[in-house]
Design a protein around this ligand. Structure first.
Ligand SMILES: [Zn+2]
Length: 336
């Protein structure tokens, strides 16, 4: 079985974006904000939005189950206040839940959290609990920078986040560290902000004792871990200079990387540098990079092809990356 731990509902019907536009337009005058019930999407529309995209690619490429969350760039936690974020997150999570109900063999949900800049993350607990307990979701996407590129929150290792972590541990759900759209023109959203955040989160974990406080808390750092694998020697050396324990002991029971690296040499480096127990298969399709690589003739985000092309990877290790590690990190995934 091949589990893709990183997919987003990027193809939701246009009505969703239109509803969001009305919500944003009403920011100055909340009495004008659209009701949740005003968004009407039929099951057929949802089927249509998936059949020609995520489901088609699953079938063509040969993956089985996608751990599926709302479109990351649309989370836009910096827009409006906590109430705006709450209603928008509920809508996005309910849509993902409907995808999972329509295609239970193909998708399992991960939720968007109703974060808002400067608002304690504890306010996200109710929505996380609803998604896990009512919808059967298996994780959440946690945005370390709800300001959208201005980095105003305390680091992920600060006690600011602890109430949410306590809840995650209790529910046995991991978080994928995932920023949203950048509203800082210095950072391109998917080309810079996403990868910066991945690297930043890794360094935050390295310099803290977070996992002493939460030995079972788990994070997935997406996009291959940002710059972390490429600079593994730097990170190991920094930890050593700071008299920190070795990375294995410090964070590798808690921090995992996905394979959303869009060329074979990058995947090969990831697999050579990061222990195989810490790598989860993912493609992030349909997502950030949608084109075909003229050098290979295949989609950049067809990451399965790269993993399969690494001839020195043993069958047992391949299975860890494709399935076993995901089941360890997302214990709520049911075994069928
Ligand atoms: Zn993503």
């Amino acid at each position: 079985m091949i589990i893709d731990c990183h997919g987003h509902y990027t193809t939701a019907p246009a009505e969703v974006e239109a509803w969001r536009k009305l919500q944003v337009e009403a920011l100055a005058n909340p009495s004008q904000a659209p009701q949740k019930a005003a968004l009407r999407i039929s099951d057929d529309q949802i089927r249509e939005s998936l059949e020609g995209a995520q489901l088609k690619l699953q079938r063509e490429r040969g993956t089985d189950l996608t751990i599926f969350s709302p479109r990351a760039a649309s989370m836009a936690h910096h827009i409006g206040d906590a109430q705006v974020s709450r209603v928008w997150s509920e809508i996005c999570n309910e849509l993902v839940h409907r995808c999972c109900v329509l295609y239970p063999d193909n998708f399992v949900g991960v939720c968007q959290l109703p974060q808002s800049p400067g608002v304690p993350p504890a306010t996200c607990i109710a929505e996380l609990e609803r998604c896990v307990k009512e919808f059967g979701f298996v994780g959440c996407n946690l945005n370390p920078d709800p300001s959208g590129g201005h980095w105003k929150e305390p680091p992920l290792t600060d006690r600011w986040w602890y109430p949410l972590y306590e809840n995650m541990v209790e529910l046995e759900v991991p978080a994928m560290v995932h920023v949203s759209t950048s509203c800082n023109p210095a950072f391109h959203t998917t080309g810079a902000h996403y990868l910066n955040a991945d690297t930043t989160a890794f360094m935050q974990f390295l310099t803290s004792d977070l996992f002493k406080d939460f030995p079972t808390l788990k994070f997935v750092i997406p996009h291959g871990g940002g710059a972390a694998p490429y600079h593994w020697g730097r990170f190991r050396g920094l930890a050593q200079d700071m008299k920190r324990p070795p990375l294995q002991e410090l964070l590798l029971n808690n921090v995992f990387f996905d394979t959303c690296v869009y060329h074979r040499p990058g995947i090969e480096l990831l697999l050579k540098v990061v222990p195989v127990d810490n790598i989860l298969f993912a493609s992030e399709m349909v997502g950030a990079v949608r084109g075909i690589d003229p050098e290979t003739g295949y989609h950049y985000d067809d990451t399965l092809r790269y993993v399969n092309s690494i001839e020195w990877l043993s069958e047992a290790d391949r299975n860890k990356i494709f399935e076993d590690n995901a089941r360890k990190v997302y214990p709520r995934l049911e075994r069928d």
